[in-house]
Ligand binder design. Structure first.
Ligand SMILES: [Zn+2]
Length: 407
């Protein structure tokens, strides 16, 4: 359950384990949990709390669909300066005033880059990291608590060891993924003209102009300040003074900081055969209880007892024939109640005429005359023994002789 006491308990534990102190220089990104904003401020008063823009857009899309509104929403969320954000929001207002009101009611200060504080080397507007982690542990989350925690522990232990091993292959001061991202930023740097002033530079492209301060690690587009990675204007300026842009990347993306993150790995845990013995009673599994479902008929329960419940039709028929009488019929037998029988067919069956019954046996012992069956009228048919030599005219012999079989 998510309430104030639970969130406070969790945040206090997190603060104690990670030594967050008052949250200065940290960013927390969460889903749309309005109550959580206040709890985070109580425990970590100086932390910057952001809301996930993807979650806000998912709710926005339920009421306002369309590709154009989607593009404008993400352009507004990614705007690094307030002027760009307002320009995109004005277009949304002209398209759909109610959509504009809906977005503005979701506190854009918490999910738009234009209002985010600088110096944290974090320009994220969505919690993609936590979503990735959730997708990995999605199977473990379905399991019992101890098994779930054990699987997560093993995954983290292997992940940390793998990342440490990978970092030994790097020959650069900065992580390769960040260098790759910086190359992407500087892809269009050739389109920017750089003009040198006394201590700062001006990067211009048509009507767009930005002031770049290399010593202060600052550009008026705010992307460098937010991300900690030089923007296209800064890269064009660094290239202008013939220096390498790697030196201007924030130290948070260095290999040294990376190793510091993954250094404290979890230690292996011994198996239960190595645990110390205790005098306490071993815990037993919980008592099995009847699950809420429609009960089966009594007869079927008796027949299916101890067998696989999903038998084929033939198996069920066979099992029913072999089945012992159920409890209801046994009770009735003990009470000696009348069990209705099927009515007998009238007349004697054909079989009974030829098989000796108990009555006929008794009569034989008493040497009474046994009535014989009336003889059939007319002449009895002769029994002819088959002789293949004499039966020369039969079809069978003819066909065998044609085939050359000697009979
Ligand atoms: Zn810039």
């Amino acid at each position: 359950m998510e309430n104030k006491s639970n969130w406070t308990w969790f945040l206090e534990l997190l603060n104690g384990d990670l030594y967050l102190i008052d949250g200065r220089g940290l960013v927390v990104i969460s889903d749309q949990l309005i109550g959580l904003l206040q709890f985070v401020k109580d425990i970590l008063p100086h932390v910057e709390h952001r809301q996930c823009a993807r979650n806000i857009y998912a709710n926005f899309r339920k009421a306002y669909t369309g590709v154009e509104l989607k593009k404008l929403f993400w352009a507004a969320a990614m705007s690094c300066v307030e002027g760009d954000f307002k320009r995109h929001m004005d277009i949304i207002k002209k398209l759909n005033p109610s959509a504009y009101e809906h977005i503005m009611s979701k506190e854009p200060q918490t999910w738009c880059r234009a209002y985010m504080s600088t110096g944290n080397a974090c320009k994220a507007v969505e919690n993609g990291i936590s979503e990735c982690f959730n997708s990995i542990i999605v199977d473990a989350r379905k399991k019992p608590l101890i098994i779930m925690l054990e699987e997560i522990r093993i995954y983290i232990m292997e992940r940390f060891a793998h990342m440490i091993e990978e970092s030994t292959k790097w020959n650069t001061r900065i992580c390769p993924a960040v260098l790759k991202k910086m190359k992407l930023f500087g892809k269009n740097m050739r389109f920017w003209l750089v003009i040198h002033s006394q201590h700062v530079f001006e990067a211009r492209r048509g009507c767009n102009r930005y002031m770049v301060d290399l010593d202060g690690r600052y550009c008026t587009c705010r992307l460098w300040d937010l991300a900690g990675i030089p923007c296209v204007h800064a890269i064009a300026t660094i290239n202008y003074i013939q220096q390498t842009p790697d030196e201007y990347i924030d130290h948070m993306f260095s290999k040294e900081k990376f190793l510091k993150c993954y250094f404290a790995n979890t230690s292996p845990v011994n198996g239960s055969n190595l645990w110390p013995q205790t005098e306490f009673v071993k815990p037993l599994p919980p008592v099995s209880r009847r699950m809420p479902s429609r009960p089966k008929p009594e007869g079927i329960q008796e027949c299916n007892q101890g067998t696989y419940p999903y038998a084929t039709k033939e198996e069920r028929k066979e099992r029913k024939e072999q089945c012992e009488p159920n409890q209801a019929s046994c009770d009735r037998f003990e009470r000696q109640e009348h069990i209705p029988m099927l009515p007998k067919k009238k007349g004697r069956t054909r079989k009974e005429q030829f098989e000796p019954t108990q009555a006929s046996c008794d009569r034989y012992e008493r040497q009474e005359a046994v009535p014989m069956l009336p003889k059939k009228k007319g002449r009895a048919r002769k029994k002819v023994q088959y002789d293949p030599n004499q039966a020369s005219g039969s079809k069978f012999v003819k066909s065998k002789r044609k085939l050359g079989i000697n009979l």
